[in-house]
Write a protein that binds this ligand. Sequence first.
Ligand SMILES: O=C(O)CCC(=O)C(=O)O
Ligand SMILES: [Fe+2]
Length: 299
Amino acid sequence: MTTAPERTADLYPTRGTTEVATPRMDPVVWSDPGAPGPISAPDLAGYERDGFLAIDQLITPDEVETYRRELERLTSDPGIRADERSIVEPKSQDIRTVFEVHKISEVFASLVRDPRVVGRARQILGSDVYVHQSRINVKPGFGATGFYWHSDFETWHAEDGLPKMRTVSVSIALTRNHDTNGGLMIMPGSHQTFLGCSGETPKDNYKKSLQMQDAGTPSDESLTKFADAHGIRLFTGEAGSATWFDCNCMHGSGDNITPYPRSNVFIVFNSVENRAQEPFAAPVRRPEFIGARDFTPVK
Ligand SMILES: O=C(O)CCC(=O)C(=O)O
Ligand SMILES: [Fe+2]
């Protein structure tokens, strides 16, 4: 009898003694050319080239209202605030992130199942998909902190054991994303290079990294090279707009010192053919609410 390997070959080394750049070894779009789906061929080609796809209106203003009310309900519920799935701002102690919102809330669960959402994920990944992670990121005004530059895949590979780059995120705006209130920035084309970061992963790294990124942080030299080569694009848009982006995009966002909150819901879809294995570069798995091991496809 043979048993499944705990881990396949490590295509993307990271968290060693030095930073190493590895060319991407996986497709960006996994479906067959011309396969049916909600994304047009030119948009899909743009996604493949840049690593992202911006959509002006993924959900209607009425739907935005529903989701925003739900976000307010969740973030003002003391039970949710006390839950380990909620992360608070280090200074103000305001809620910054609530994980696993599709399990906590039926309203957000229905968003995950929405064909406009899951249909695009299936088309990009060329298979059935499950939710690796979901969260709302609340960036209230007057000083909420940003997310330093990173590739999500670097973390998901090192700490959650995702073997291949077959994962896509969607960030749906629930408030207007101005050019001033801490919107998402991506370096277009950066998804073609994997930047393995230097430094070992401490045990329980996730607790610290959710408030402030440390292990898995690129050096200033590499970020300068990446930015010089690719430029930086800032995503703005009305509530209801969305950005789809590949798991290996170099991205981040600034603080929000404006009075205008910037809140988004994030859903991370992984291919059912790319299930999480043992972590590639961390002593322990992260908890289920951050890196799922329930591989049930979204139907
Ligand atoms: O503020 C943002 O949109 C970036 C968030 C992000 O990169 C993350 O949650 O992994
Ligand atoms: Fe990220």
